[in-house]
Design a protein around this ligand. Structure first.
Ligand SMILES: [Zn+2]
Length: 209
């Protein structure tokens, strides 16, 4: 997914690049990448690029937000990484969907089914972590899913705040997933306060480089 969206970014922001010019002329026939429709003559690769574009637009919410996201490619890459997370993480609901016989119980709260939205946002454990982090950056809004978190960040006017919030989202997803795996595969547990501390440290380290 990340690689496919990189091609979209190059078409939009590197229009004079030789590859971009060739693609626009011979593949897209001068149509806009946001409007282009798949053609039977397209290769498998170009079908995947357009599929990634549609998925990106659907997840981000609107073409204007998607453009904002791609305008700052550093932030864009973070979102794209999160799109990969959203699509690829082997959460229990997905493993069951692939035919595995498993009991679907969240290892963080042990009282609900596990899926991406629950694990990273709705879970009581995740909410305790989020609450301490949002207090830390003096924000009252609490994202409830990944698309909502994307919009929350992209609609933030201040570049500095946007950077802090995107680092916070990435680090929180990373450490919640790590905590979930520690519990399942090593039988080790950390209280949400410890995770909050680790995430704050990761964000501060990231902001200082
Ligand atoms: Zn839970």
């Amino acid at each position: 997914m990340s690689q496919m969206i990189t091609w979209v970014w190059k078409l939009v922001y590197r229009p004079h690049n030789l590859w971009a010019r060739w693609t626009k002329q011979y593949i897209l026939k001068d149509s806009d990448i946001w409007q282009a429709k798949a053609s039977p003559s397209f290769s498998w690769y170009w079908h995947n690029v357009l599929y990634a574009r549609d998925h990106f637009l659907t997840t981000i919410g609107s073409p204007s937000l998607a453009i904002q996201c791609l305008q700052n490619f550093t932030h864009g890459l973070k979102f794209i990484t999160l799109l990969d997370v959203k699509d690829c993480l082997p959460t229990i609901d997905r493993l069951i969907g692939r035919g595995l016989y498993l009991v679907n119980r969240c290892s963080l709260c042990e009282c609900a089914s596990e899926n991406v939205s629950h694990l990273f946002f709705a879970c009581s454990y995740a909410q305790t972590v989020w609450s301490s982090l949002l207090d830390w950056i003096h924000v009252t809004y609490s994202p409830t899913d990944l698309p909502g978190a994307f919009s929350w960040i992209l609609l933030t006017q201040s570049l500095d705040k946007r950077h802090i919030r995107s680092c916070l989202l990435l680090a929180t997803v990373y450490y919640l997933w790590q905590e979930r795996n520690r519990r399942i595969f090593a039988g080790l547990q950390r209280p949400p306060e410890v995770l909050g501390h680790l995430i704050r440290f990761a964000v501060c380290s990231r902001l200082c480089v």
